[in-house]
Design a protein around this ligand. Structure first.
Ligand code: HEC
Ligand code: HEC
Length: 319
């Protein structure tokens, strides 16, 4: 009997030790690093590309990267759910103190598609990845980042390093992994195919589905339609103006009772571009007005929304 107990004790001790060692490895090892398999890329920057890159980045990057000085000098990410840790969005202006410094075009493409930074470290989900964005749009963003637009002028602000929680470090070992870099060119649909174009805008170029599905954790980056509650809202977001208030994303499927099935295209456009709902309410951040979208783009998104499955989900609005 004593011997059995002793053996059990030893086994238990070994298990505890392994768990502790595992926890210590995760805690002290931090976020894992990977090989940077940057493509050989040199983006030729034409002025039309820079303008389009600026327009895209204004809707896709600036809400996170814009600092107090109005440049892309970074900020404390007060709208990140606290269980992920404390994170500062880095400065990506042209200062040699900024995180953009030293990046080649290929390394930038690799970061934006796969999530692996130039130094090899993986960027957790607090920095989005853009696997479905067309090469053309990706190159426009890169051309813009190289340009002399005022918001990219050197700012020497240095944002503190991220303090990821244990949960983030753990998830970055088991669940959150770099996305594979596409082997084929990524081509966008022709705008004359209105529905396909609307889909591209909502799931690849402006990432509407990321916020408007049920939860960031169950979003599918490669087949967005497989995200749980696709476009049916309910994702818990934090209002960046106070860093506290929970705002749930809205159900924007065409369900007539709980979605926007009764909205005309004009009403939809007013909500998306100017944050004004048909009932006169103003949409709150993090839903920001997409004023730089063209009427044709909003119309395409509306046309595509008509074609996806409706979801009956009465999202709490706490107006
Ligand atoms: C939801 C907020 C958010 C959005 C949107 C966002 N970023 Fe970031 N970005 C971050 C955070 C946070 C980091 C820090 C990542 C880290 O070090 O783990 C980061 C890091 C970076 C870096 C520096 C990587 C390094 O080596 O340290 C670059 C460059 C960058 N982002 C560019 C972009 C571009 C271009 C876009 C738009 C296409 C964009 N980001 C959109 C939050 C965001
Ligand atoms: C950063 C997250 C985020 C992104 C990205 C986003 N939205 Fe929203 N959206 C929200 C939130 C949150 C609300 C609810 C705001 C409120 O309740 O005040 C909302 C509300 C809306 C509404 C109003 C629906 C209603 O019933 O009030 C529409 C329409 C809408 N979004 C369309 C879009 C489109 C189209 C895109 C892409 C171009 C988009 N959103 C991108 C977070 C986001």
């Amino acid at each position: 009997m004593k011997k059995v107990l002793k053996i059990l004790g030893i086994i238990l001790g070994v298990i505890v030790l392994v768990v502790l060692l595992g926890a210590a490895t995760i805690h002290f090892g931090g976020i894992p690093s990977y090989e940077v398999k940057a493509p050989d890329l040199k983006v030729e920057a034409y002025s039309a590309m820079i303008a389009e890159g600026k327009r895209i980045a204004g809707m896709l990057c600036a809400n996170c990267h814009r600092g107090e000085d109005g440049k892309l000098s970074g900020r404390f990410m007060n709208d990140l759910v606290p269980e992920f840790g404390k994170v500062w969005v880095p400065n990506i202006t042209h200062s040699d103190k900024a995180k953009l410094h030293g990046y080649s075009d290929g390394e930038l493409a690799y970061l934006l598609r796969s999530g692996v930074k130039r130094d090899g470290q993986f960027a957790p989900p607090w920095m989005p990845k853009f696997p479905l964005l067309s090469d053309k749009d990706l190159h426009s963003i890169i051309a813009y980042l190289r340009s002399d637009q005022p918001e990219l002028e050197a700012s020497d602000v240095v944002q503190p390093a991220a303090q990821p929680s244990f949960l983030t470090k753990l998830l970055c070992r088991v669940a959150f992994k770099p996305l594979p870099y596409p082997e084929e060119p990524v081509v966008e649909p022709d705008p004359s195919d209105k529905v396909a174009w609307g889909r591209y805008l909502a799931v690849a170029k402006f990432d509407c589905y990321q916020c408007h599905s049920a939860d960031f954790k169950t979003n599918d980056s490669f087949v967005p339609e497989n995200s749980s509650g696709f476009m049916g809202g309910g994702n818990v977001l934090i209002d960046p103006t106070d860093g506290k208030t929970h705002i749930f994303s809205a159900n924007i499927t065409m369900d007539k009772e709980t979605g926007i099935g009764n909205w005309t295209e004009e009403e939809f456009s007013k909500a998306v571009r100017f944050a004004q709902r048909p009932d006169g309410k103003i949409l709150r951040p993090p839903m920001v007005p997409y004023a730089a979208l063209s009427e044709a783009e909003v119309s395409a998104i509306y046309a595509w929304l008509q074609t996806i499955p409706t979801i009956h989900n009465d999202v709490e609005r706490n107006w």
